[in-house]
Design a protein around this ligand. Sequence first.
Ligand code: BES
Ligand code: MN
Ligand code: ZN
Length: 518
Amino acid sequence: MKFTIKTTSPEKSETGILVICVFTDTPLPPGAQAVNKASHGKLSGFLSSGDLDGKAGATLLLYGLAGVAAERVLLVSLGKSDSFGDKAWRDALAAVGKALADTPAEDGALMFEEIALPPGRDLTWALRQASRIVADCAYKFDAPRIKNGSTKRGAHKIAFLLSSEPNQPQKEAISHGQAIAEGMALVKTLANLGANVCTPAKLAETALALGKQFKFDVNVLERGDMEKLGMGALLSVARGSHQEPKFIVMHYRGGSPGKNGKAHKNKNSGSHPIVLVGKGITFDSGGISLKPGAEMDEMKFDMCGAASVIGAFKTIALMELPVDVVGLVPATENMPSGNASRPGDVVHSMSGQSIEILNTDAEGRLILCDALTYAERFSPDCVIDIATLTGACVVALGRIPSGLLSTDDALAIELTQSGLDSGDRVWRLPLWEEYLEQIRSNFADMANVGGRFGGAITGAVFLSRFAGGYKWAHLDIAGTAWLSGEAKGATGRPLPLLSEFLIGRAKARNTEPSGSPS
Ligand code: BES
Ligand code: MN
Ligand code: ZN
């Protein structure tokens, strides 16, 4: 997909498909007026005919409008102006993305008018969102099908039509949106692949290839290295599988002068990276605490946390973001076998704390806890782990927000805002000390599961015992990382959220007075 910004007036735009967003209850904005005038009132005619549904995201495709240079005009409803907000705008954009992905036209043009933006949002925000959503809608999984019946459809050259020349942030916004979509495509493809293909080794190869392409450091720790480090919790999960576990360490130094990304004037900026940790269970059978058979295939998605960390590295490298980021991916399968861990086993984590495994299906926290301890060596600015950790989180919050649990209020607020700004939202759950009681064990420092209630919190409270040395947030993406049913497949979430957060950090650094502590 290729995005450009043009200042051609819309009626003169020679394009396969011209997209015009309109409210159903207010006069047409100037750009749409121009098209209306050129078409001798055809546009307002169609609008008053009622053919365009009033709901935000409804569309009407018009062909051969006389006086208009575009081959087709797609009218998109923004709904009623008084109920207009981020949601209606996103619904409209998703409809635009779908239409552009499914048109025989090769190129398209999207008209942008300030008055058709949600309250409080500016053109830079809108361009980043639009390019990301449109590019993301064009994603297709390259399925290894026997018969390839898919025809090539979809516009791949998109122009955003502005009324005046774009400034630098606006130009940057479209490349950022595209970089996020490219990262999301990688996340989706890794997750959609079967676990026989997307193994821990495949995750490691993918990270190594990205590191080579974009020149950031990638180091893969093998079983022997993990043994030396004392990662007994991670290794206890890997025992049952024939796949070799991998511990992937990625380091992007965009905040340090002369390294990845643009040089940066703040000499302190490189010292405290943001650490992202992703759960990389390439298949979660449950282990000896075997899962029921129904929908077990979906447990190939249990590496979506890992994929979103790897995808984030692709995105930040494409954006050349001036930030320092470390990515940690503990990767293994959770399988039953004669060598697998049993309920009742006590294992020793890298932190020195012992863990009684009461349920081998609560394996995510076992691999993450050692990664959280490993994170300490980077003296992080903050650590964010991303994991398809609990079915309980899906029960609690459904599939709209990811669960957010954090020991740091400021970080939680920052992530919540990044969620609202990107549309990839989170909702915070409490992490009070009282919950620790649930994972008390008679035989070890803690158990790996609590009781029936508050499972998403129990999982996070377990992790909090390993995340004491820094600011930490945990994202439970069990409900948001993939869709079930007919639309089965990975969503690419929470990459939009993480990208928004990192872009925000980069901006804050750039405006920081030089010499101030980072
Ligand atoms: N990967 C699952 C969590 C999951 C379940 C994600 C369903 C998406 C849909 C995780 O490893 C798991 O099995 N968690 C258990 C924890 C329980 C044993 C305390 C769960 O949620 O049932
Ligand atoms: Mn599990
Ligand atoms: Zn799992």
